[in-house]
Design a protein around this ligand. Structure first.
Ligand SMILES: O=C(O)C[C@H](O)C(=O)O
Ligand code: SF4
Length: 517
């Protein structure tokens, strides 16, 4: 099995950088259903562009390359111990090459192992089968969407939907509720895998197995097939939209599986996956270790440009120009006056220096000084993929992370350091909104997962602090130009996120009445 490690390496690179054909088609269907001139339409255009950039650059589609999870079927008699060693080696190499972000963090000390290895990471499931090939599949599911997974124990009382019993009706309500509670925070438009039954562990496992199904397959169980179709259609009426901006496209795929349960338990487990639905697989020759075939059609043949974009390049230029005219340039450091002139819906373009900061930094800044003056500064909720060579650090991928995690800290930190803008995704809560109003600051929503798109706006890495927090959590000082984002929370008390959340809660109630009786 000389080639096995190389084959696993190729599988990792392909998974991280080239979104497969079925996922691309689903995103394209979403684009066709959304009005291109809306905020959600704009977000989908950026997503489409980012998918092609990642493929061309052979760089991560999203900076969060997730929890590498391998599912391997091996012929009887294959040496799984050797395979595991090769998988580890391939993971280390892919991390060194910037195809995976170092994502394995000690839960007690916070120390990043730096190479994606550590207790419990990567995840590898082996299973024997009576076939000649090795079937190895990989999913890279990021942390933001993982945080939106949810498990229901029936019977339950669900917000907006009322009683959910131990039947298809109850299951239906749980799944709709799962999409609703994710809002835009898991980088909608998303895909969901649902596991009905099992125990708390196997229920989630079943849900994640569903994510390995082809998006266009048809469930062999007619009840579940109907439910899948119903959910896809109904979830898209919730009005959450891409990135939670509101709109027609909230869900791109729904796959449901069922297994037996204990008499006392009835779990419905939902695994939420962002649009950056990265999974691939290969059939491998058990003697040579070479790849015989890919298990999911490659995305390379599927263009992410709409027909009109391909045809009308002149019109596109005009559109671009118009968009440029509407944009507001924010040069850092930003004044309070400039911030006060902004309102929800404005598109801004940032020029100058911004500083990354996420969980570790926010906690630290609560009771420490900042390493530099942050008056008028922009904080970017981002954990980039970075590589170092003789010339210094380079950004390989740098999209936003879910901002709501910083809700306990953000308001205090804004005021303490005089920060004027926070960039992230998914929005923040009432405490931050109040601080934005009191202090004069804005929240800017960038497009989650568009890691190549934003990396291109970063012109220089000016420096870094807190490397001891690990690459994703360090405070990177980045020189940017043309970094576009949308004001979704302003300094006058308005929040697009609060509006969409309220509207979708009202829409959810429309699904209260029985459907499958
Ligand atoms: O960790 C990250 O970079 C992003 C994360 O996947 C998120 O969605 O918040
Ligand atoms: S940032 Fe968004 S696209 Fe990237 S892993 Fe997190 S949820 Fe997925």
């Amino acid at each position: 099995m000389k080639q096995f490690e190389e084959s696993v390496y190729r599988l990792i690179v392909e998974t991280s950088t080239n979104l497969p054909a079925d996922v691309r088609r689903a995103v394209n269907r979403g684009r066709a259903a959304e009005d291109a001139a809306t905020r959600a339409g704009l977000a989908l255009t950026t997503i489409a562009q980012n998918i092609e950039m990642a493929e061309n650059e052979i760089s991560p589609i999203c900076q969060d390359t997730g929890m590498p999870t391998f599912v391997v079927h091996t012929p009887v008699g294959s040496n799984q111990i050797e395979m595991k060693k090769d998988i580890f080696k391939a993971v280390i190499r892919a991390t060194e090459d910037g195809k995976l972000r170092p994502n394995s963090v000690d839960s007690l000390t916070g120390k990043n192992s730096g190479d994606n290895l550590g207790p419990g990471t990567p995840v590898i499931h082996f299973e024997q089968w009576e076939q000649d090939n090795i079937d190895i599949r990989l999913i890279l599911k990021g942390g933001g969407c993982e945080n939106k997974n949810i498990q229901y124990s029936l019977p339950a009382e669900l917000e907006g939907l009322g009683k959910a019993g131990r039947d298809l009706e109850g299951i239906r309500k749980c799944i709709l509720h799962a999409v609703y509670q994710a809002q835009g925070q898991g980088c909608s438009a998303g895909f969901i895998g649902v596991g009905i039954g099992g125990d708390r562990t196997t229920g989630y496992e079943l849900a994640k197995q569903q994510l390995f199904r082809h998006i266009d397959d048809v469930n062999t169980n007619p009840d579940l097939q109907k439910l899948e179709e119903y959910i896809l259609e109904s979830a898209n009426q919730l009005g959450i939209g891409t990135m939670g901006f509101g709109g027609e496209v909230t869900l791109l795929g729904c796959k449901i599986g069922a297994m037996n349960r204990l008499p006392a338990s009835f779990f419905v487990s939902v695994a939420y996956n962002c649009w950056a639905f990265r999974r691939q697989g290969a059939l491998i020759d058990p003697d040579s270790g070479e790849i015989r075939d890919w298990l999911y059609e490659s995305g390379s043949g599927i263009s992410m440009q709409t027909e009109s974009e391909q045809e009308a390049s002149a019109a596109k230029e005009l559109q671009k120009q118009e968009a440029k005219n509407r944009e507001i340039v924010l040069q850092t450091p930003i004044s309070e006056e400039q911030i006060r002139s902004l309102k929800v819906g404005d598109v801004v373009v940032i020029r100058g220096e911004m500083h990354t900061g996420r969980d570790a930094l926010h906690k630290h800044l609560m009771d420490h000084d900042a390493p530099l003056d942050l008056n008028g500064a922009v904080i970017y909720h981002c954990g980039p993929v970075m590589l170092k060579d003789n010339e210094g650090w380079h950004v390989k991928a740098a999209g936003p992370t879910t901002s709501i995690r910083e809700e306990p800290y953000q308001g205090d930190i804004l005021k303490k350091f005089g920060i004027r803008a926070v960039i992230g995704k998914g929005g923040m809560g009432p405490k931050t909104l109040e601080a934005l109003r009191d202090h004069g600051a804005v929240y800017l929503n960038a497009i989650g997962g568009a890691a190549q798109y934003y990396a291109e706006c970063i012109k220089n890495v000016n420096g870094v602090d807190f490397m001891e927090f690990g690459i994703p959590e360090a405070m990177w000082h980045l020189e940017v130009d043309g970094f576009a984002a949308i004001v979704t929370m302003d300094s006058h008390g308005s929040s697009l996120h609060a509006d969409v959340s309220r509207d979708s809660a009202a829409k959810l109630e429309q699904f209260k009445e029985p459907v499958f009786v």
